[in-house]
Every structure is written in C-alpha cells, then in structure tokens.
Ligand binder design. Sequence first.
Ligand code: GZL
Length: 307
Amino acid sequence: GCGGDDGDSGSGGGDGKLVLGFSQVGAESGWRTANTKSIQESAASAGVELKFSDAQGKQENQIKAIRNFITQRVDVIAFSPVVESGWDTVLKEAKDANIPVILTDRAVDSQDTSLYKTFIGSDFVLEGKKAGEWLVKDYTGKTDPVNIVELQGTPGAAPANDRKAGFADVIKADPKFKVVASQTGQFTRTDGKQVMETFLKAQPKIDVLYAHNDDMGLGAIEAIEAAGKKPGTDIKIITVDAVKDGMTALSEGKINYIVECSPLLGPQLMDLAKKVKAGETVPQRVLTEETTFTPEQAKAVLAERKY
Ligand code: GZL
C-alpha cells in the first residue's frame, strides 16, 4: 500500500510458526533502530514469523498496517503507537477479529484496556522525574535562577507527554528552576539542532537543556558548539535513552546525565506473544529494566553497550 511498507504478504504460519504482525513507528532515532533490531533478531531466534511494517512516523500508516495484519489473519498483532490517541476503532476491529494485540514501547490512552493483552515498555513519567531529580541535586544550595530549555519528543507521543510531566513535577519544588522555552524536536537530531539554534538566538541566558532523547541532545550539541559554547559546561545537558552515541557524548562530558530507556524489548515481546497465542494470562503491564548514567558510569560501560 502507499506510505509505510506493509510487510510481506506471505501465507499465515503454515508450518505451525507463530505469525506476528508488528507495526513500528519509523526510524527517527538511534533508539528506534536498536528497538527494530531487537524485535527482528529475537523473532528469528524465537522461530516467530515476523511481518514487519515501518510507518515512517505516520499514525495512518500504522492503522493501515494493523488492518492488513487483520486481513492476513496473523496470530498476534504488536505495535508501538506513534501517538497516544486515536486507536480505539482499529483496536476494536482486531478484537472483533479475535486477534490479540500487544502494546510495546509507547502507551495508548484508550479507556478500554480489554483492547490489548499487555503493554511492555518504560515508565516515561519516572524517566522525567529521574532527570528532574538529578538537576535538583546538581543545583542544591544555589539560589540564582536556573534557565532551562526543553526539547520535547513527537507531539502527542506518550514519552513526550510523560517525560515533560515527570520533569516538571520534580522541578516545581524550587522556583529558581524556570523552563524558559519548550518545543518539539521530533526525537530527531536534525530538528533538535534547528530548535536549539532558535533557543540560542532567542534566550539571553540558557543554563540547562533537557532533551527527551539523546538524538535531539546530540543535534543540540552541534548548535551549542557552533555558537562557541561548551556543551556540558556552559550549558548542562540531560537526555533520555542511553544509546551508544549519547553515552559517548556523556563519557566526554558533553552531556551531564542520561536516563536510560531500554529499546531491547524483543525477547520479552516474543515470549509474551507465545503466551498470548497459547491463551495464557499475561500481566497487563510489563515494565522494562533501566537505570541512569553519569559520565564516570558511561566510561565504565561504553565498550559493552549493545546499542
Ligand atoms: C521511548 C521511545 C522514544 C525514544 C526515542 O520508549 O518511544 O522514541 O526515547 C524514540 O529516541 O524516537
């Protein structure tokens, strides 16, 4: 179909293999690439027939892909919803077709939780809180105003909404913290760089950048250096994800703190898909394991990072 590729139209799992239809957001960031790799590799090693569709960041392409999976009568449908809203209709179609759905990575705001069997992903509000808590600690004892600029993720996406809310919830404790500008950088390096350029022109003083993912932070670093400022020193930078390029910048002190968001959901997804197909009950919510990193900690683990 037009837009995102809808995956091959191969027959169902004729050889008894579980057939999983997966609709991916796109390829906007290093995190997404690692997430796709994890899903594709774990499907292969789990003996799952994967029908993979890349929506190029468009919700209508995801809805189209899900409808294709229903037509192809796959055993299980999984997807990472690009935005939180607008899924009830297509999820009801999957339910009416008796095809179970698994949410991965991002949440939907559907009130009817019977529309999916489980949601495996991070707690994005907690990620935002962790970012805020580091900043509060870093500025303990200081009283001068702290001017913060924020690069938000994709408008309407659960990680963008929740990372913003969690961070704001923590820094509201101290009025010295002021978010003087907040704008979407679409989770990409290119947009992160462009928006940071406008922040640097518009803001007389920027003390901190909070970017909802490493990629936007890395784009912002280019803009900060082009403006003759030292990232991590003149402007402190906090990001989320902990992909290799982000961890490298962290180990060099260009980023000050990274909150990890693991993309390696593949193995658990395959396990959940098999359980769901077998009619076993699975937890409504599966939280991913993840931590935080300082420059020292990044140096210690950089060589072994898988993504
Ligand atoms: C988070 C994921 C976000 C990453 C970004 O689970 O949805 O989307 O933080 C990615 O890097 O683009």
